[in-house]
Design a protein around this ligand. Structure first.
Ligand SMILES: O=c1ccn([C@H]2C[C@H](O)[C@@H](COP(=O)(O)O)O2)c(=O)[nH]1
Ligand SMILES: [Zn+2]
Length: 191
């Protein structure tokens, strides 16, 4: 009688070793989009958080950013409101967009031919920076502002410049990170 062959585990020198690769790993595109979403978690903007992750041809991350106040402009002193009487009292004149921060934060000489993963389709100002920096592909998740002039102009420029833009449709609605998942015995959830 044939016994079922178990290829998953093999006893080697007394150790049980896994012999087949995991199947539930996250794939590259999902990983990079998740990086953009994780970066967005750093944003102090109370109404909308955006993240961006720039990746080169070798699937190496070369820049990450989120929307925030410029260096030296305190998150506590500069305004986060939007419906203010004076534009000087709203965030819009001050906040650096996620894409701009990702490009300026680059840890490589340039971002030519790179892909930028963004949680939100880029505005016209970010589109200009993307084009001028040589990024060749935009992978976005939300396109919630597609009907607004700023975003119509953005798409027009990206299309004209030959920057490929496509919407990432996630396979799952969340990726959970549990710090207690590792086998680090000293680790315990903070109270
Ligand atoms: O391309 C973009 C467009 C917008 N952002 C940032 C700028 C603001 O902090 C928020 C948008 O706030 P609303 O209150 O929804 O107008 O998103 C960006 O980083 N990149
Ligand atoms: Zn922008």
């Amino acid at each position: 009688m044939d016994l079922p062959v178990k290829i998953e585990e093999l006893t080697l020198n007394g150790d049980t070793k896994n012999q087949t690769k995991r199947e539930d790993y996250i794939e590259w595109k999902e990983y990079f989009m998740a990086m953009a979403f994780l970066a967005a978690k750093r944003s102090k903007d109370p109404s909308f958080q955006v993240g961006a992750c720039i990746v080169n041809k070798e699937n190496r991350i070369v820049g990450v950013g989120y929307n925030g106040m410029p260096f030296g402009c305190s998150d506590d002193d500069f305004p986060w409101g939007k419906n203010t009487t004076s534009p000087l009292d709203s965030k819009f004149l001050y906040v650096c967009h996620a894409e701009m921060n990702a490009i300026l934060n680059k840890n490589s000489a340039d971002v030519k031919d790179c892909t930028i993963y963004v949680s939100l389709f880029p505005c016209n100002e970010c589109a200009k920076m993307i084009i001028q920096s040589g990024i060749k592909e935009v992978v976005y998740l939300s396109d919630k502002n597609a009907h607004k002039d700023i975003y119509i102009a953005s798409r027009k420029m990206l299309d004209a410049a030959g920057v490929k833009c496509w919407q990432y449709i996630p396979k799952r609605d969340k990726i959970e990170i549990r710090f207690t998942e590792t086998d680090c015995e000293t680790m315990s959830p903070s109270k």
